[in-house]
Ligand binder design. Structure first.
Ligand code: TXA
Ligand code: MG
Length: 315
């Protein structure tokens, strides 16, 4: 259900939930001051309690006030990419942030979203915790309809139109004297080079007792449809293909297009995956012959995760 800014402000300031647009994906928001609302986020999404939430602020000062230490490079990163699709995990004054938000960790994740409605809202409510506004494990939401598909037509959504990026923020942590990417996202490693002087490494190691990014342990972005990544197509192939405009596919294939550029593909990705389930398509191929650099790399990571989570590997 579409709501306006003043309605979103009063819902959140009275301890209720609302979905909020950001430039990456829609968030399922609660005020940092209402522990019960925060718990409701976990139950509504079906989210494991050991997967912490991102705190969304509207200024760098707001973020800095929670941190017990600002690692080297923090200011340069914040000035370069906030507001924007970057999330920084920082050591915090634990008494200032309820344990449920950070799943008991001595750190918390922060981001200043680059969306005028979200920023205006946070100015009126104070910091908001927001995971992506989707059922846990499912594709994220990039428009009001997606939020309604998951939480019902009556669920309050501050309508900011379609998200401009379509992929979540890039999450970084400072560890062993360097910034590491612990969740790939809208910003690619090479974009950090001019700011940090190095390209941050991607650390997706989940083998330790305490994974750097708990969320990476779980299945993600997956529609009900089984997804199969496929590098080459042959004349006899048939079925639904998630592919790219300008490429030729076998005549018996029904092609659903991502986009010509990685940006356009990112913007369409979750909508295309959601549509498979709406159309009750049991399985689809994904044309995996796209490049590996830049944002294509994030797209491939999302598609791989989405295909691992599909029915076939969970049966
Ligand atoms: O673009 C985005 O980041 C969106 C929009 C709404 O801002 N939000 C989003 O939130 O993607 P969520 O909850 O779907 O993903 C947050 C990720 C999870 O993988 C979580 O484990 C990780 O951030 N995270 C949160 N707090 C953390 C912490 N203290 N240490 C390590 N990872 C953390
Ligand atoms: Mg999510």
């Amino acid at each position: 259900m579409r709501i306006y800014l003043d309605q979103a402000i009063s819902l959140l300031n009275s301890g209720q939930l609302a979905a909020v647009p950001t430039e990456t994906v829609y968030g399922l928001a609660a005020s940092i001051h209402y522990p019960e609302a925060i718990e409701q986020i976990f139950s509504l999404k079906g989210r494991p309690s050991n997967n912490p939430l991102i705190i969304h602020a509207s200024s760098i000062q707001q973020v800095a006030a929670y941190a017990s230490l600002l690692p080297k490079g923090f200011e340069a990163l914040a000035n370069a990419f906030w507001p924007g699709p970057m999330t920084l995990v920082l050591p915090i004054h634990v008494e200032k942030i309820p344990s449920t938000i950070r799943s008991g960790l001595p750190t918390a994740a922060f981001r200043i979203p680059n969306h005028p409605l979200a920023l205006e809202l946070i100015d009126q409510t104070g910091p908001l915790v927001m995971p992506s506004a989707n059922l846990s494990g499912k594709p994220s939401s990039t428009c009001i309809e997606h939020v309604e598909q998951d939480f019902g037509a009556g669920f309050p959504v501050l309508d900011g139109g379609a998200c401009s990026n379509g992929l979540e923020s890039t999450v970084l942590i400072f560890q062993e004297s360097e910034w590491k990417i612990i969740r790939q996202g809208s910003l690619t490693p090479d974009q950090f080079l001019p700011i940090l002087g190095v390209c941050p490494k991607i650390d997706s190691d989940l083998t330790g007792n305490a994974p750097l990014c708990p969320g990476q342990l779980y299945r993600h972005y997956a529609p009900k449809a089984q997804l199969i990544l496929k590098e080459a197509f042959h004349p006899g192939d048939q079925g639904v293909v998630i592919g790219f405009p300008g490429k030729e596919y076998p005549s018996k294939c029904e092609v659903r297009y991502l986009g010509k550029t990685p940006q356009e593909s990112a913007k369409n990705l979750y909508g295309v995956l959601r549509q498979l389930d709406i159309d009750q398509i049991p399985s689809a191929y994904i044309d995996d012959s796209f490049p590996s650099e830049g944002l294509w790399m994030t797209l491939r990571e999302r598609l791989k995760k989405a295909s691992q989570g599909s029915a076939s590997s969970h049966s």
